[in-house]
Design a protein around this ligand. Structure first.
Ligand SMILES: [Fe+2]
Ligand SMILES: [Fe+2]
Length: 267
């Protein structure tokens, strides 16, 4: 039995949401995913989520969402993380007492899939983050007796070295390790020797004429003139859609294939 997962990298603002809505029907037709996921840390104008923006993505056909450090940057979305009915998790290695949950077992048809979200520690300016390697061990240990069809890990991290190391650490223990956070897709989608699908970064769903999704002039002005202009996001135009499709053997929980989707569409 096969489990196919379609996973969008960081969905950036309105243009990202609209791009997911526009492209998902054709991707569903092409790949017939059993589970559609997205990283939503930048969903609402680059920072966190709101009820409305999350609903837009769910209405588009996304089933479950991971996130990252930016999920906490919008007050309005924090109460959503608390609700069990809201299909969004945040990295598991934030300190105890942090709002939201870091992993969840979700039902995909008759199957159970464990989704784990982790935050890297290298070059990430967040306080009291526990070791992602040991956090992963603890979560896997806790679920060692659970009948799971797949285990998906979103490692939200800056340093390629840390993500590659997490991939090796998790090889054979989980079905897929998918990197997020940098917004730039890497060319290393592969299946590791023990059967774990791996990519250092899936990339983003956001504006092409941008710096990581933010209007390019604003970022240039910051670099060139030390400006303190706040971030704005292009809302239409050419849009980058980065995602991966992972096929998993739900009996062995090992990956069968992993494919990077790298398209541009006009919004
Ligand atoms: Fe992001
Ligand atoms: Fe991030």
């Amino acid at each position: 039995m096969k489990l196919t997962v379609l996973f969008f990298g960081d969905v950036d603002g309105k243009i990202g949401r609209r791009a997911v809505s526009k492209i998902l029907p054709s991707l569903k037709k092409q790949y017939s995913p059993d589970l559609v996921m997205a990283n939503v840390e930048n969903l609402a104008h680059g920072k966190g989520i709101t009820e409305k923006t999350l609903q837009e993505l769910l209405d588009a056909g996304v089933d479950f969402c991971t996130s990252g450090n930016h999920i906490f940057k919008r007050e309005a979305g924090l109460n959503l993380l608390e609700k069990k009915s809201v299909p969004v998790i945040r990295p598991a290695n934030y300190p105890d007492g942090t709002i939201g949950r870091g992993y969840e077992i979700i039902e995909v048809g008759t199957k159970k899939v464990l989704v784990i979200n982790l935050l890297g520690k290298v070059f990430i300016d967040e306080k009291d983050i526990a070791c992602p390697f040991h956090t992963l061990n603890d979560i896997l240990e806790e679920h060692s007796q659970t009948d799971l069809a797949g285990i998906i890990v979103d490692i939200h991290a800056e340093a390629t070295s840390e993500k590659v190391a997490i991939g090796w650490h998790a090889d054979g223990k989980v079905s897929a390790v998918l990197g997020t956070h940098t917004h730039i897709p890497t060319a290393d989608a592969k299946i590791l020797p023990q059967g774990t699908a791996y990519i250092t970064d899936v990339g983003m769903v956001g504006a092409v004429e941008s710096v990581l999704g933010v209007k390019k002039d604003i970022i240039l002005n910051r670099f060139l003139n030390n400006s303190k202009e706040s971030f704005e996001f292009p809302e239409e135009g050419l849009t980058q859609v980065n995602a991966v499709v992972v096929e998993i053997d739900s009996g062995t929980r090992k990956a069968i294939s992993v494919k990077l989707i790298n398209k541009q569409i006009t919004i």
